[in-house]
Every structure is written in C-alpha cells, then in structure tokens.
Ligand binder design. Structure first.
Ligand code: GLU
Length: 381
C-alpha cells in the first residue's frame, strides 16, 4: 500500500449505499428476521444521519424469509419457486424495515428494481429521479430486486451488483457490502489456510478478479465473484466500496472503529455517465475476441476495427451492447456494436478498404467506435 493511499472514512461520505445480505438479516433456522441485529444496524444508521450522511439500503432476504412459509426447503430453487418465495417474503421484509425505522421516526420506502431498470436509459433516469426525491424528502429507500417479474435474462440474481448499480445511479460516495466474510483474500480462506487478507485494492485488475474464485452453491447467491463485479461498477463510477463482516451487532460502528475489511478505491478518472453505463452493463448480447495489436490500439484510445477481430460470439444487432475479449479470452471491456453479429462474421480480419467488397454495402470503418467503448478494469477511457 503506498503512503499516499487515503482510506475512505465512513462519516466523510455524503451518500452511502449499504447492502445487507440474507445471511445477516435472516435467521434461517427459524425463518425470521434477526430483530436485535436489525435494531443495532438502524441505531448505527440513525447516528450516521445525524452526521449528515444520506443512506440507501439494498436488502436481500425476501426469498430466504419465505422458504419456510412455503415449505421450499430444498437447497436450490427453480426460478419460478424463487419468484413465488420473493412475492411472499418481500412483504415481510419491507414491513420489518419499516417498523424498525418507525421506532426512530424515520420513514422507509420500498423500491423494487430489475436489471433492465438499471440498464434501459429511460427506466434508469426514472428510477434515479424517484430515489433523489425520496432522499430529499428525508426517507430511507430500501431496495431489492423485483424478483417476481425478472426472468433469467433480465435478472441480477444477486444484490451485490444491484447495489453497485444503485450506488452509480445516485452517485454515492461509498458502497458498503456487509457480508459473512471480512473482505477479499488472495484465495478462499475456507479452503486455503495460507490465504492473505487484502485490506486495500487500489485498482481492479485481472489478478484481483482471479482471487474471486467460483460462486458458492446454496442459499447465498453472491459469493466473492459478484462482489468483485460490484467493485468494477462502483469504482468506475467514482464510488469507494468496502466488503466487511456484517454478522456482528452494530456493524457500521464496528467498521468505523476499525474492523477488518477490504476497501476498493474509486477510480481517479471516473467515466462519463455514458461510458460508465457501457462499462457496467451486465446484459451484453455477445462478444468479439480481438488480437494483441487491436487490444493495444484500443488501450491507446483508438476504435476497434474489423482487422483486429479474430472471433465473434453470440447473436447481436447493430446498437447492442457486446463484450470485448482479448486473445486469451479475458473480458477487457464492453462496447456498442456498429454491426450485426452476422456482418462481423463476414468482415473478421478485413482491412478497411475490404469491408465494402465483403459485405456488398458500405458500412462503418469501426466495429466499435472509441466513443462507444469502455474498459472493465482500467480507469481511463
Ligand atoms: N433478491 C433476493 C432476495 O431478496 C436475494 C439476492 C441476494 O441474496 O443477493 O431474497
């Protein structure tokens, strides 16, 4: 860690998004809310609000709460079973938050979002306006995924990335992911005795992503992978993110008092809003793989030309968002394609002057224009 590294301090933030996972909020044995723990979180939030911090909560727990009521006890649920469980559990979840806040004369507001709401420009702008108004009115938004309407394709499935998109949307300074782990380790500490804890991540890199391992099976849908995906979204939006142990009572106070955690520092050059949206979008329609020359060219700020493309994957249309992968298969960014996938297949490797002959019509020189391209891990565009 360099001496210049400044670790963010919680009370310095103007706006904080706090993500609370099911494993913290729900006592899975008795299928009920851990009320005393919830009260301790709310006391911490009340203290932060007195220090002029605005708080937005992203709360999981709807599905876990309803499993018992609906007798859905098997480990993994089908999508329709999750949707049914969410429909039942969300009522209890929102009620628990609302009652717990009302003790302190605070008003909780329920907002249910889908991936589409955070990716379709119009829905994004509407959701953002509603959130701003709720904050201006002094209420506390409690957000969850709208599981009941979200099909597999338009589902986050985990609230880590949802929370990061919300943080981006409301321009939060900090995103706190409370979890049952106290941060990022070089490997999974449950299986690797020698795994080292990482207190600060200055920049997201493929090495950091590799520390995420595989997603765990079972009740918790997140795991480290989705937390790192959230870190990409948040840090590129200029928002600091922290992964911290949330099981303890008064988890916010404990974090402020120096509990072990991992901070992900915000990018120095946050993307412009459009670039951020491109970089953070999850629902891409396909991918192009590019050679080393093209990778260097786009890193230098140039557009992606057909000459550098070595493979095309998926079915997409002009204007769709696609992934850009390097020759080793690492996703290095996203971009808006100027061509359909069938056209890209025809012009793979073509020099600019060959495009018209191969297609039979005159198309753009670039497959992805530099203005429509954003990197996953780099801070400059
Ligand atoms: N939205 C889901 C729920 O409330 C949980 C997703 C997650 O745990 O990240 O049950």
């Amino acid at each position: 860690m360099s001496q210049m590294t400044k670790i963010p301090q919680i009370p310095d933030a103007r706006r904080i998004v706090i993500k609370i996972g099911s494993a913290l909020l729900i006592d899975s044995q008795n299928a009920c809310i851990r009320t005393s723990w919830l009260q301790s979180v709310i006391e911490d939030i009340v203290a932060l609000r007195k220090q002029q911090c605005e708080i937005i909560i992203v709360s999981s727990g709807a599905i876990a709460l309803a499993r018992y009521t609906l007798k859905l006890n098997k480990r993994s649920l089908r999508l329709d079973e999750k949707q049914a469980a969410a429909a039942v559990g969300q009522i209890k979840l929102a009620q628990a938050w609302s009652e717990a806040f009302s003790v302190h004369n605070l008003v909780a507001a329920q907002i249910l979002l889908t991936l589409e709401d955070t990716e379709t420009r119009l829905n994004y702008l509407n959701a953002r306006a509603a959130l701003e108004t709720l904050l201006n009115l002094g209420s506390i938004p409690i957000i969850n995924e709208n599981d009941t309407v979200a099909t597999t394709e338009i589902r986050f499935g985990d609230n880590d990335r949802l929370a990061a998109r919300v943080a981006e949307m409301v321009k939060a300074d900090q995103l706190i992911l409370f979890s049952d782990v106290d941060g990022l380790y070089t490997a999974d500490p449950r299986t690797h005795m020698d795994a080292q804890h990482i207190p600060v991540v200055q920049q997201m890199t493929p090495e950091i992503d590799a520390m995420g391992g595989k997603a765990p099976k079972g009740y918790s849908s997140g795991g480290m992978i989705t937390k790192l995906a959230a870190a990409h979204i948040a840090t590129q939006a200029g928002c600091a993110m922290v992964i911290a142990q949330g099981k303890v009572f008064h988890p916010l106070k404990s974090l402020q008092d120096g509990a072990r955690c991992s901070w992900f520092l915000p990018s120095q050059n946050p993307y412009m809003a459009r670039k951020r949206w491109i970089a953070g979008s999850i629902a891409t329609k396909g991918a192009v793989y590019i050679d080393k020359g093209a990778e260097q060219a786009i890193l230098d700020g140039k557009s992606l030309l057909p000459a550098g493309i070595i493979k095309v994957e998926g079915q997409f249309h002009r204007g769709d968002l696609i992934k850009i992968a390097n020759s080793e298969g690492f996703i290095i960014g996203n971009g808006i394609t100027a061509y359909d996938s069938s056209d890209v297949a025809q012009i793979i490797g073509a020099q600019t002057q060959e495009i018209e002959t191969r297609l039979g019509w005159h198309g753009a020189d670039e497959v992805i224009h530099r203005d429509d391209l954003a990197f996953s891990t780099l801070s400059n565009s």
